[in-house]
Design a protein around this ligand. Structure first.
Ligand code: URP
Ligand code: ZN
Ligand code: ZN
Length: 463
């Protein structure tokens, strides 16, 4: 058999198995997996001796080219997918925002225009719903049929994104009817707004007050309410960017009762804490995102949540704003700091370092968290999320022993700082393939602008 590419002598790691094998690729698919594949007539050979082969990472929570907080996130679909690829992520699901008065279709079309012809790796969309009349309610089913099979709703940001409980309940019921999945930003936005106004009245304007005005109870309460609404609607629910133990406990209780409740956390909540605000001047703005950083003890609870399947996914919530000119919009008032942080590039290295080298879970669980479970939950499996014959040849050749120090001086995200500056990681992607094409090789981007395809996702079917 002739292969276009053969990856030789690597160790294949899926969510369930670890075994030495060669991987043969024809076109954009994996066509054979076996030890000692005949390579005589093959095209390219990649030697993966001593390396692990993971399915391409899937980041289900990114905000590329997104207008927010009076500015626009700094990575577009070209720079964002390049940075993602350097970090071993070959598919991302971004958020198409429906603004008030718009149809859901307008949101989808707008974000397709931002991504098509620019993305270097594959992409899909969730739709953020901010205005749900009867027309948009009808449209939810159409969007699901076109492959936009999940919707993000907000219980925070009153006046911008926040929806009331009745609207959330309607959306959940409709999603359940059509096989859609609701992704929930769970924070009690009403209570938070009151606390924020009090802080401003007391002259508390520094970046750390963004975190101190968003208590963990506000996240725990909203998580519990989201789960209750989903239970009444007979719908699955996926809690995004879960940051604290209170919310984790609500998800655990729901799952113990057998409810289809799922949640993701992000590397910032696993590696950073309120202590990051102990920096001079306005520097704390680098850590202003929502939900905010928490006390350090929450980190270990989240790692345990990942190990015990209370949390199913690690995404990044990549929403980069430069410190200069963008974060600085809130120099005199923390409420004007654009919310979000850059993380698309370092998810695999950070989770491997803290999760596998940190002895929280196995390499298989690592693959499940960064690729397989995201694919299953969001209708991409088995095309993506595993190394199997017939799956897309999205493959990361990973050196589990190489060490690196994260720094804005060397990263590829289009942003002038790193949230993880100075953090040492052990485990680095060396070669990355997207649908059979090498796009990262020896520390260089060798892919092509526009090579990324829109992926129509299937309906929700659980994990
Ligand atoms: O601060 C954040 N997380 N910005 C992005 C928007 C969101 O809520 O995910
Ligand atoms: Zn959110
Ligand atoms: Zn987000």
């Amino acid at each position: 058999m002739r292969f276009d590419t053969v990856i030789r002598n690597g160790t294949v790691v899926t969510a369930t198995d670890t075994f030495p094998a060669d991987v043969g690729i024809v076109g954009d698919k994996i066509s054979a997996i076996a030890a000692g594949l005949p390579v005589e007539n093959s095209g390219k050979t990649i030697d993966a001796r001593g390396r692990l082969l993971f399915p391409g990472g899937i980041d289900v929570h990114t905000h590329l080219d997104m207008p927010f907080g009076g500015t626009t996130s700094a990575d577009d679909f070209e720079t964002g997918t390049i940075a993602a690829a350097f970090g071993g992520t070959t598919t991302l699901i971004d958020f198409a925002i429906q603004y008030k008065g718009q149809s859901l279709r307008e949101a989808f079309d707008t974000w397709m225009k931002k991504a098509e012809g620019k993305a270097v790796a594959d992409f899909a969309f969730h739709c953020i719903i901010t205005d749900l009349g009867s027309a948009q309610l009808e449209e939810m089913g159409q969007l699901v049929r076109e492959g936009v099979s999940s919707f993000k709703l907000f219980m925070a940001y009153p006046g911008v994104f926040m929806l009331d409980d009745a609207t959330i309940f309607r959306a959940m019921s409709q999603a359940a009817k059509h096989g859609g999945l609701i992704c929930m930003h769970a924070e009690n936005g009403g209570a938070i707004d009151v606390i924020v106004q009090r802080a401003l009245a007391e002259g508390k304007r520094a970046p750390k007050y963004h975190a101190l005005t968003r208590p963990t109870t506000a996240e725990g309460e909203a998580t519990s309410r989201a789960i209750a609404l989903a239970e009444m609607a007979g719908a699955p629910v996926y809690i995004v960017h879960l940051s604290c133990n209170e919310a984790l406990e609500k998800v655990r209780e729901a799952r113990d009762r057998g409810l289809p409740a799922y949640a993701e956390t992000c590397p910032q909540y696993l590696f950073l804490s309120l202590e990051n605000f102990d920096v001079p001047g306005f520097e704390g703005a680098k850590y202003v995102f929502t939900p905010p950083l928490r006390e350090k003890w929450h980190q270990e609870k989240l790692w345990q949540g990942l190990a015990r399947d209370t949390l199913q996914v690690v995404s990044t919530d990549h929403c980069p704003f430069c410190f200069k000119e963008q974060k600085e919009l809130g120099k005199d008032d923390f409420t004007k700091i654009p919310n979000g942080g850059p993380g698309i590039e370092h998810r695999l290295s950070l989770v491997y370092t803290g999760g596998v080298h940190g002895k929280h879970f196995s390499p298989n669980r690592f693959v499940e968290l960064v690729s397989t479970a995201p694919a299953r939950l969001f209708g991409l499996y088995p095309r993506k999320g595993t190394i199997a014959v017939g799956s897309d040849a999205d493959i990361v050749v990973f050196d589990p022993h190489q060490e690196d120090t994260i720094s804005a001086a060397t990263h590829h995200m289009r942003v002038d700082y790193s949230m993880f500056e100075g953090i040492r990681v052990k485990g680095v992607p060396k070669t990355v393939l997207s649908r059979g094409q090498v796009i990262i090789d020896g520390g260089k981007f060798v892919g092509r602008r526009g090579a990324g395809q829109f992926i129509r996702r299937q309906t929700y079917s659980g994990v």
